[in-house]
Design a protein around this ligand. Structure first.
Ligand code: 13P
Length: 260
């Protein structure tokens, strides 16, 4: 049984002080911890320290980062490494987000190096993949997902693969208010799991979590999590208000009763 994972990607929002106030309130609003769900927030690098301080040890909310560089240290102006993120208490790191790919020219070879570096330092990578609207319209969604998975995960051992979470984020659904339907998401997740099974083994693919991201809201989270193919969500806009994130968390917790 895969544990549901709800991740809030804040993108470039909230100063360090705003983040501290937000997280203090969010912590009081989250449902009672359950072993069948994990919550992660990924603030900007500049807010990691203040968020960690507010959460304190033993919080049900874990910390994630939105990106990292693959080297541990050195002359890489502006970059942040896995050991730096670990030292700030991060457990997860989002890699290959479509905004990084399209706005900052990130390519699969760098994403692959980042995944390896994250795993080496026991950070759990959340690999984002997804097709554009044009690619969906011309019927190449499955090919795009397959290519992105192969390019990013090639050469990983089966054991390393189990440390990776995949987030299916169709580019046309990100920030548009136009989520994929549950059927579209489930179809993509099935493709992803099939590719993972081919790359590693069906047993390994079965352990790996696949999240959906793209205009997830309190209104659509229940229908998305109704399928056991969808192991959680990567949320942008709706994680920036305490009310909507707490509501999503509550619905997600109720979607998988403990032990099921
Ligand atoms: P939205 O939820 O704002 O569509 O963003 C999704 C996303 O990009 C999360 O990484």
């Amino acid at each position: 049984m895969r544990t549901v994972l709800i991740v809030g990607n804040w993108k470039m929002n909230k100063t360090s002080s705003e983040a501290a106030i937000f997280v203090r309130e969010l912590s009081q609003r989250l449902p009672v911890t359950s072993t069948s769900i994990e919550f992660v927030i990924a603030p900007p690098f500049t807010a990691l320290e203040s968020v960690r301080h507010v959460l304190g040890p033993g919080s049900p909310i874990q910390l994630g980062a939105q990106d990292m560089f693959w080297e541990d240290h050195g002359a890489y102006t502006g970059e942040v490494s896995a050991p730096m993120l670990k030292d700030l208490g991060c457990r997860y790191v989002i890699l290959g987000h479509s905004e990084r790919r399209t706005l900052f020219g990130e390519q699969s070879d760098s994403i692959q190096k980042k995944i390896r570096a994250a795993l080496k330092h026991e950070l759990r990578p959340i690999l984002c993949i997804g097709e554009s609207l044009a690619q969906r319209d011309n019927g190449s969604t499955d090919d795009v997902l397959t290519k992105q998975l192969h390019e990013s995960l090639s050469d990983l051992t089966g054991e390393q693969m189990t440390g990776v979470t995949v987030a299916y984020e169709p580019i046309w659904a990100i920030g548009t208010g136009k989520s994929a339907t549950a059927e579209q998401a489930v179809a993509a997740h099935r493709t992803i799991r099939r590719v993972l099974a081919g790359a590693a083994s069906p047993a390994i693919a079965d352990c790996m979590r696949i999240l959906y991201g793209g205009s997830v809201t309190p209104q659509n989270i229940e229908s998305l999590l109704a399928s056991d193919q969808i192991d959680g969500a990567l949320i942008g806009g709706a994680c920036l208000q305490v009310e909507s994130f707490a509501t999503i968390a509550k619905i997600a917790t109720a979607s998988r009763p403990i032990g099921v």
